[in-house]
Design a protein around this ligand. Sequence first.
Ligand SMILES: NC(=O)c1ccc[n+]([C@@H]2O[C@H](COP(=O)([O-])OP(=O)(O)OC[C@H]3O[C@@H](n4cnc5c(N)ncnc54)[C@H](OP(=O)(O)O)[C@@H]3O)[C@@H](O)[C@H]2O)c1
Length: 269
Amino acid sequence: MERRALGADGPEVPAVGLGTWQVLDVRGREQEQRHEVVRAALEEGANLFDSSPMYGEAERVLGDALRMHGREGAIVATKVWTPNDREAERQIENSLSYFGGHIELYQVHNLVAVGRRLDTLRRLEDEGRVRAVGATHYSRAAFGDLMSVMRNGRVDFVHVPYNAAETSVTEEVLPLAEELGLGVIVMVPLGSGRLVRNPPPQSELGPLREFGVETWAQALLKFVLSDRRVSCAIPATSSTRRMRENARAGEPPWFGEEERRYVAGLARR
Ligand SMILES: NC(=O)c1ccc[n+]([C@@H]2O[C@H](COP(=O)([O-])OP(=O)(O)OC[C@H]3O[C@@H](n4cnc5c(N)ncnc54)[C@H](OP(=O)(O)O)[C@@H]3O)[C@@H](O)[C@H]2O)c1
């Protein structure tokens, strides 16, 4: 995979980051433990954090963790998500306040009011408060609209679903991203947990050991990261141990086509 920077002199995007949907949407005593997950991610260099105002408390909890453990070392990739212009301004103000007045990658969540939101995000970029701009969608049915946005030249990154059991993004979206030179963030690399619930026996991972794979989750992450069009995968986890395990999948050697087919076969059992 190719490493990608955010803008000309911006920070390099890591291979593995942390998704915050559900796992950082916590209150009370659970927060301290999730701050430790963020700390583990920073320590492992898995320093891209994807969030959204749609994820309940997640942005606030992430902001608190980064204030404690190192905002300067983080790449925050959050989103704006509303058809209402006034609410969009409110979401943006909130997010900027959580993350110290600047956001590395600002994305339009699910393409909601995408034209107007990109106008605003590009203005924030001109003001130096945002480094790069992106658009996300989770649904194959929206890939046509997403590709129109990509072709209009208004985004630096796209953020799409991709895993060993769901590869529809490889048909048109990834080839277009490559042609246009756009960064690609991968959501649901573990199938929202579905693909790790019943892992294959350890013995089945034998052929993948020489690629540094110790666990099934790492095999799934490496499947995605071995596609050189992918910039970063953002598995969500509530566990510091699994955060470190996931980060280790972000190192070469990468799979070839044979290993990718093998992992896809295991995932579809
Ligand atoms: N823009 C969009 O429309 C959109 C949509 C969906 C997701 N996203 C983003 O993508 C991120 C990732 O997607 P996702 O959260 O749906 O699912 P995911 O990352 O594919 O899977 C997360 C699940 O896998 C488990 N897990 C993580 N690492 C593991 C490991 N090493 N071993 C075993 N289990 C492991 C987690 O459980 P534990 O907590 O127990 O570890 C969690 O239940 C989201 O958090 C969000 O930031 C964006």
